[in-house]
Design a protein around this ligand. Structure first.
Ligand SMILES: Cc1cc2nc3c(=O)[nH]c(=O)nc-3n(C[C@H](O)[C@H](O)[C@H](O)COP(=O)(O)OP(=O)(O)OC[C@H]3O[C@@H](n4cnc5c(N)ncnc54)[C@H](O)[C@@H]3O)c2cc1C
Length: 469
């Protein structure tokens, strides 16, 4: 209940959420409308959402994302706009190996991967990740008939059908799990990799389509595929924060609900946790779907339902620093673990080898991602139990038995939206429903892509700023 008799403050644009989606939207809207009164509301006491970097002595610790891809160019373009391209960092090229843990061994990723898909059966054979029969099956991909049924298909079904069961289970599934943290039997190929479906239809072969498109892409792009910042991903947030000094950013400000003002067609009123209200004609909501559902519950029961249905996976990330002299590691960026290994660990990133400058020369910085799906939900475990599982993994796989000099745990409950079967239909329904609410925009990772570039691209799109690509 609002006990104040003053009328609510009106702002030209109101943004809910100060993660990368909200900040990018504020940045591009400010560029387009220099005079507009833009207010951004963030529940936490810092900006950035899932992008968080911690600085401890000579260590740079990523608590969430550690990089973004340049193939989807919106994040790179934002860096250009912000004038911080010179602060970008590529992965250390001298460590250019990534592994898959298979039958307790670290096998290198095969050469010739395009969009996570192996395109060179001979290179795959050299990794010993799959059997000879599986490599032969991959080599015969072009002979597999094109699926005529156009109904939505799961990632597991599509990849198994085109490339074979072993390639899916031992290679694609663990690579996907790192990005989506979900179940390939449920994830929709159309929602996650629409290009692969197109390649099947257009070329009769996914591999052929990928090769053709790689040639075109190679002519266009000369930036590294994965990039981060020398100072860690938090640098993007602090830079945006500085450039938004004329946006009214309010931290520790939680929005509880959104209502439509009945007598005015396009106006919205948001209620904050302290019961104050704000009104706007241009409302941008960037929160995860289950929060957006709650915000809209009283205003539109259909949008509530459609958002409430979106499933989210959770993530757990344990970070350790060791004395460099105490650990001996292979060259490389880290490894992923397929489900067939039946492990609690999804993978590990060797941050101090992957990104130069993340730790003093006498230290090794390692991240371990833990599995949060299935019956044994690690989120319920206490910190010590999770550290113990992660350290056991490091001992088994890398022989690191020594005590860490630092350990940190980041829990990310309900942090990874699952683009399961039905996702695209849901998005169409949300977009149709949104037509009834002019001036309200829903962005973030629940809709058209789960990564940082996707978030920025959507923010840019609703801000009306054209991207070059
Ligand atoms: C462990 C992990 C690793 C990842 N690694 C990568 C990677 O390496 N590369 C990559 O591209 N992507 C990665 N991602 C995905 C990436 O983090 C997201 O694409 C991106 O952070 C989404 O930003 P966002 O602003 O849409 O959402 P968020 O970062 O979730 O921001 C939403 C904001 O809204 C705020 N909020 C919530 N409720 C309210 C409310 N009621 N009122 C006001 N504010 C509210 C939240 O506090 C938050 O700040 C990773 C994700 C996870 C979980």
């Amino acid at each position: 209940m609002n006990l104040s008799f003053e009328s609510p403050q009106h702002c030209d644009t109101l943004i809910i959420g100060g993660g990368i989606s909200g900040l990018a939207a504020a940045y591009y809207l400010r560029k387009k409308q220099p005079q507009a009164n833009i207010v951004l509301l963030e529940k936490e006491k810092q900006l950035g959402g899932k992008l968080r970097t911690q600085y401890i002595d000579d260590l740079i610790l990523e608590q969430g994302p550690d990089c973004f891809i340049t193939r989807k160019p919106a994040a790179y373009h934002l860096c250009e706009d912000l004038g911080i391209v010179d602060q970008l960092q590529a992965r250390d090229p001298t460590q250019n190996f990534t592994f898959i843990k298979y039958q307790q061994r670290l096998c290198p990723l095969p050469e010739g991967l395009i969009n996570l898909i192996p395109t060179d059966p001979e290179a795959l054979a050299r990794t010993q990740l799959v059997s000879t029969a599986a490599c032969e099956r991959l080599a015969a991909e072009a002979t597999i008939p094109v699926r005529e049924d156009t109904s939505e298909e799961s990632v597991a079904s599509f990849i198994t059908r085109r490339l074979g069961r072993e390639v899916y289970a031992n290679l694609i599934e663990p690579l996907l799990a790192g990005v989506y943290g979900g179940d390939g039997e449920q994830l929709s190929i159309e929602a996650i990799f629409p290009i692969l479906v197109q390649h099947e239809r257009e070329y009769g072969s996914v591999i052929e389509g990928l090769k053709q498109h790689k040639q075109q892409a190679n002519q266009a792009v000369d930036t590294p595929f994965f990039v981060s910042f020398k100072q860690g991903m938090g640098f993007l947030i602090t830079t945006l924060g500085k450039q938004l000094s004329d946006v009214d950013i309010r931290l520790q400000t939680q929005v509880l609900q959104v209502e439509k003002i009945k007598h005015k067609k396009t106006s919205y009123c948001v209620t904050l946790a302290d019961n104050t209200m704000l009104t706007t004609n241009n409302l941008i909501i960037t929160t995860p779907a289950y929060i957006t559902a709650k915000l809209l519950e009283g205003m539109d029961s259909e949008l509530y339902r459609l958002h409430d249905e979106v499933l989210y996976g959770s993530a757990l990330l344990a970070t350790f620093a060791f004395n460099r002299a105490d650990v001996s590691m292979p060259r490389g960026y880290g490894y992923v673990v397929p489900r067939v290994e039946d492990s609690n660990v999804l993978g590990s990133t060797w941050s101090s080898q992957k990104w130069p400058g993340r730790a003093g020369a006498d230290k090794a910085l390692i991240r371990v991602f833990l599995n949060c799906y299935g019956s044994d939900d690690l989120l319920a475990y206490d910190d010590d139990a999770i550290y113990a599982i992660a350290r056991q993994e490091l001992q088994h796989t890398l022989g690191i038995a020594t005590q860490p000099i630092l350990q940190r745990l980041q829990r990310w409950p309900r942090s990874m939206p699952q683009y399961n079967l039905g996702h695209r239909t849901r998005i169409t329904q949300i977009e149709a429903r949104l037509k009834q609410h002019p001036g309200m925009h829903l962005i973030g990772t629940a809709y058209h892509g789960v990564g940082i570039p996707d978030s920025i691209a959507l923010a840019k799109k609703i801000s009306g700023v054209e991207d070059a690509t």
